[in-house]
Design a protein. Structure first.
Length: 462
C-alpha cells in the first residue's frame, strides 16, 4: 500500500518534467516576485495601520473623555463615553491585530522568500555541476577513442599484440560508452529531481500563501465581529438617549433651595390663565359655585356721603406690603380680627385680587419684618381660607397654599447671628404655611364636587 502511494506521489510530482527548464525558472522567479510584493504590501499596510492607531490613541489621550463636560448620569454622557471606549478599544485591538499579522503572516512569508531564494540557488548550482561533469566525461571519452596510425605501423610486426590492444580498446570504448550512458542517465535523473524540487517548492509556496490568506481572513473576520459588538453597544446607548430625561436630570442636579423659579412660573401661568379668562368670558361664568359680583349702581345718596370710591387693590397691596416693611408701624398683637380688605372676599374677583397681590408681593419680598406682622399675615391667610371654604373656591385656595410656602420670618433669637451663612438660615426660617396648616381646608381642599373640572384644570397647569 505504501509503495502504491509512493508511485502515485512520484507520478503526480513528475508533471513538471513535461515543462522546459526555461518555463520552470520563469515560474519560480514569478512566484518569488509575487511573494516579495505581497510581503512588501503587508509590511506597508501594517506600518500605516500601526501609525494611524498610535496617532488616534495619542489624540484620544490629549482630548480626554468626550463626555467630560456633559451632565453626569445623562444619556448623552453615556453615549459619548461609550463612543470614546469604542474608539480606544478599536485602536488598541488594531495594534494587536497588526502584531498578529506581523508574526503569523509576514514572518512565514519572509522565511518562504529566503528559503525559495536559497533553494533556487542550490538547484542552479547542482544543475551546473551535473552539466560540467557531463561535458568533462564527453571530452575524456573523445580523447580516449581509437589508436594513432603510426603506432599501428610501428607495431605491425606485432599483430598479435595489436589484436590484443584492439580488443582492449574495444573493451575500454564499450566501458566508456557505458560510463557515458550512466552519466546521461544521471543527468536525466538530476533534471527530473530538479523539476520535482521546483514543483515541490511551488506547491509549498501555494500552500503557504493559502495558509497565510486563511489566517488573514480569520483576523479580518474577528475584526469585523469585534467592531459589530462594539457598535451594538454604542447603538444601545444611542437608542436610550432621552432629551427630556437629560434636561430634568440637569435641572435636578443644579437646582437651589432658594430658587423658586419653577413655583414662580406655575403661579405666573395661573395669573396668565385668569387674566385670559377675565378678558374672554365674564368673570361670573368662571366659577359656577360663586356668587356674581356686580358693582352697586351709582346713586345720589352714595355720591353725597362718599366723596370718592375706595381703591380696593391699592388698599390691599398697601396692607400686605406693610407686613414686609421694617419702617412701617408695628401691628398690635391684641387685634385678632383680620383686616376688612381680606375679610371681604365674598366675590371671586376679590379672592382673585388677593392671590394676585400676594403673587406680586412674592416678587418684591418674602421676609416678614417681625413676629407681630407675621401673626397678622397668618390671620389674613386664615380669613382668606374661610372665604374659600364658604364659596367653594378650590382654585384660589390651592394657589394661596402654594404662596403660603413663600413668605417667612426669622425668629428673634436668631437675629444676632448676622454672620451665619445663607444655607444655615434656611433651616431656621418659619414659613406661613406651618401656621396655616391647621385650617380645615388643608386636609380637604376639594370642598365641593361642583368645581371639580376647574380644580383639575388648575392643578394640571400648576
Amino acid at each position: 500500500m505504501q509503495d502504491l502511494l509512493a508511485d502515485e506521489e512520484n507520478q503526480s510530482r513528475r508533471t513538471f518534467c513535461q515543462m522546459p527548464f526555461s518555463a520552470i525558472y520563469e515560474n519560480a522567479e514569478k512566484g518569488q516576485t509575487s511573494v516579495a510584493n505581497l510581503l512588501a504590501f503587508i509590511k506597508k499596510k501594517n506600518t500605516a495601520e500601526r501609525k494611524c492607531a498610535d496617532a488616534m490613541l495619542t489624540y484620544l489621550g490629549e482630548v480626554g473623555e468626550l463626555g467630560e463636560f456633559e451632565e453626569p448620569g445623562t444619556s448623552v454622557k453615556g453615549v459619548l463615553n461609550q463612543w470614546h471606549t469604542y474608539l480606544h478599544t478599536l485602536n488598541t485591538q488594531q495594534l494587536t491585530w497588526t502584531q498578529v499579522v506581523d508574526e503569523h503572516v509576514a514572518r512565514p512569508l519572509v522565511s518562504l522568500k529566503e528559503a525559495s531564494t536559497s533553494y533556487i540557488q542550490t538547484l542552479q548550482a547542482e544543475l551546473a555541476r551535473v552539466n560540467d561533469e557531463y561535458t568533462a566525461a564527453e571530452a575524456q571519452q573523445r580523447k580516449e577513442i581509437g589508436v594513432p596510425s603510426f603506432e599501428l605501423q610501428r607495431l605491425a610486426y606485432r599483430v598479435k599484440t595489436a589484436e590484443l590492444e584492439v580488443n582492449r580498446s574495444v573493451a575500454e570504448k564499450a566501458q566508456a560508452k557505458t560510463h557515458l550512458l550512466q552519466t546521461i542517465v544521471s543527468r536525466d535523473e538530476m533534471s527530473m529531481a530538479v523539476s520535482v524540487a521546483y514543483q515541490r517548492a511551488e506547491e509549498e509556496r501555494r500552500d503557504q500563501l493559502g495558509a497565510c490568506m486563511k489566517l488573514w481572513l480569520s483576523v479580518e473576520k474577528e475584526h469585523i465581529k469585534f467592531r459589530e459588538k462594539q457598535l451594538q453597544q454604542l447603538e444601545a446607548h444611542v437608542v436610550r438617549m432621552d432629551r427630556a430625561g437629560d434636561v430634568q436630570l440637569l435641572i435636578h442636579n443644579h437646582r437651589h433651595p432658594d430658587n423658586l423659579h419653577f413655583q414662580g412660573k406655575a403661579l405666573s401661568l395661573l395669573d396668565w390663565q385668569w387674566t385670559n379668562q377675565e378678558e374672554m368670558t365674564p368673570l361670573s361664568h368662571t366659577l359656577p359655585g360663586s356668587r356674581t359680583w356686580t358693582p352697586p349702581p351709582p346713586t345720589t345718596t352714595t355720591t353725597a356721603h362718599l366723596p370718592h370710591e375706595p381703591d380696593v387693590p391699592h388698599d390691599l397691596a398697601a396692607l400686605l406690603s406693610s407686613h414686609f416693611d421694617d419702617q412701617s408701624e408695628v401691628l398690635d398683637d391684641d387685634q385678632h380680627d383680620p383686616p376688612a380688605a381680606v375679610a371681604d372676599c365674598s366675590s371671586a374677583e376679590a379672592r382673585q385680587l388677593f392671590v394676585q397681590t400676594l403673587n406680586r408681593q412674592r416678587s418684591l419680598g418674602t421676609k416678614v419684618a417681625c413676629p407681630l406682622k407675621f401673626r397678622r399675615l397668618v390671620q389674613c391667610f386664615l380669613a382668606f381660607f374661610d372665604a374659600c371654604v364658604l364659596h367653594d373656591d378650590t382654585k384660589a385656595a390651592k394657589t394661596a397654599m402654594m404662596l403660603s410656602a413663600t413668605f417667612y420670618m426669622i425668629p428673634p433669637d436668631h437675629h444676632v447671628a448676622d454672620d451665619i451663612v445663607a444655607a444655615d438660615q434656611r433651616h431656621i426660617r418659619r414659613y406661613v404655611q406651618e401656621d396655616v396648616k391647621g385650617h380645615v381646608i388643608w386636609s380637604n381642599p376639594k370642598v365641593s364636587n361642583q368645581n371639580a373640572p376647574q380644580q383639575d384644570h388648575g392643578q394640571h397647569i400648576i
